[in-house]
Structures are given as structure tokens and as C-alpha cells.
Design a protein around this ligand. Structure first.
Ligand SMILES: [Fe+2]
Length: 203
């Protein structure tokens, strides 16, 4: 509720930060391939960062993270490189960005502490729907902490931490783009997710 009532009007909805963000994600070139041979449905995530008038926000930074094909974040899984499936990238002058990653998966929040006891007492589900985490920032704009949720994911209507917002639900569409397939050495069709992040100017 604090998240919902404290965000500026007019931009992309914010959502919860969650416990799996790291401050030391490495800056990668726009277009980076994060898959590194691991399991998971290849997904081309691309879009733009714009202001509330639809004009591109040049050189915005995206800080991106997600879970792996086994549903775990690197902090939960010693088998993963600590930097697996996370990065920072700088958008182009026209606000555009892209990267290659995998489809995220639903997962359970940890239940070994007081939050787990509270959820059990409330008889709430402990699951979150599949999502990407993104922080979008640019000089003189209000920073945006948000998530992109997979349409049709299990638990999309019952996120245990109430993070889902209608405008943050994205389709994973089958894509046949030959240029992108060649660039990332993909078998078509692969998944395509497109999203426009809208930032609000600071007062
Ligand atoms: Fe998450």
C-alpha cells in the first residue's frame, strides 16, 4: 500500500523491490545476452524509456534481475554464478533498450521466519507469479522500481506480496524476427516481450 500511494502520477506503476536485488550488477552493453548457455526459454526483452509526453528519455539506466529456470535467484543457489541473469544497461539516445534472457518462473517467498508464520496464520499462498525486476533511473527523473509480470502465469491473481499491477502484465509472444534470431544465434520462434517504461520528471 505504501508503494501504491507514494508513486508519482502519470508514469509506469511501481512495484515491490523484493529481497533479491544486488547493488553491484555489472554494466553491460545494450543488447547483452544474459543466457550463457543455461536452461530456459529464450526471451528477447526490448522497448523504450519515455517521459509522460512519450518523448524518449536518453541514456536512462536499467538495472535488471530475475530468477533462473529452476525458480531460484543466485543468492539461493550456490550452483549459479552470483551475477547470473542480472545486469545494468544504458539505453540509447532514442530511449531504446534490449537484452536476451530467459523466461522467469513463479517461486515461493521464504517461509523460515516470522513472515512465513504470518502467511501460514493468514492461510495465504506463499507463491509469487513469474516476473522480471527492473529499476529504471535517469538524471532529473523520479527513479522507478518495478516488475514485469508474465501474462497467464500461475499466481498472477494471487501474488503473496501484492506486487502485480494491471499495467505491468506483459505477453510473452512467439517471435520469428530473423535478424534478432541471427544476432543471438536463436532457433525461431523465441519469446518476445516488449515494454515502454514511462518516467516522471522530478519537481
Ligand atoms: Fe522476484
Amino acid at each position: 500500500m505504501v508503494d501504491v500511494v507514494s508513486q508519482p502520477v502519470g508514469g509506469t506503476s511501481s512495484s515491490v523491490l523484493g529481497p533479491f536485488h544486488n547493488h553491484d550488477s555489472q554494466l553491460q552493453a545494450n543488447g547483452v545476452d544474459l543466457t550463457n548457455g543455461q536452461a530456459g526459454e529464450r526471451t528477447w526483452l526490448h522497448g523504450r524509456v519515455v517521459d509522460i509526453n512519450g518523448k524518449p528519455v536518453a541514456n536512462a539506466e536499467l538495472d535488471f534481475w530475475q530468477n533462473a529456470d529452476n525458480g531460484l535467484y543466485p543468492a539461493q543457489d550456490p550452483a549459479q554464478d552470483p551475477h547470473n541473469l542480472r545486469c545494468k544497461i544504458h539505453c540509447e539516445a532514442d530511449g531504446s533498450f534490449e537484452l536476451l534472457t530467459i523466461r522467469p518462473h513463479p517461486y515461493t517467498v521464504p517461509t523460515d521466519g516470522p513472515v512465513g508464520a504470518m502467511l501460514a496464520a493468514a492461510k495465504r499462498s506463499i507463491w509469487r507469479p513469474a516476473h522480471y525486476h527492473v529499476i529504471v533511473s535517469a538524471p532529473s527523473y523520479v527513479g522507478l522500481v518495478t516488475e514485469l509480470f508474465s501474462a497467464g502465469s500461475a499466481y498472477i491473481d494471487n501474488d503473496t506480496v501484492f506486487g502485480v499491477r494491471e499495467g505491468l502484465i506483459v505477453d510473452f509472444k512467439p517471435c520469428q524476427n530473423a535478424e534478432v534470431a541471427k544476432r543471438y544465434n536463436l532457433q525461431a520462434p523465441f519469446n518476445e516481450v516488449q515494454f515502454e517504461f514511462c518516467l516522471v520528471k522530478q519537481n
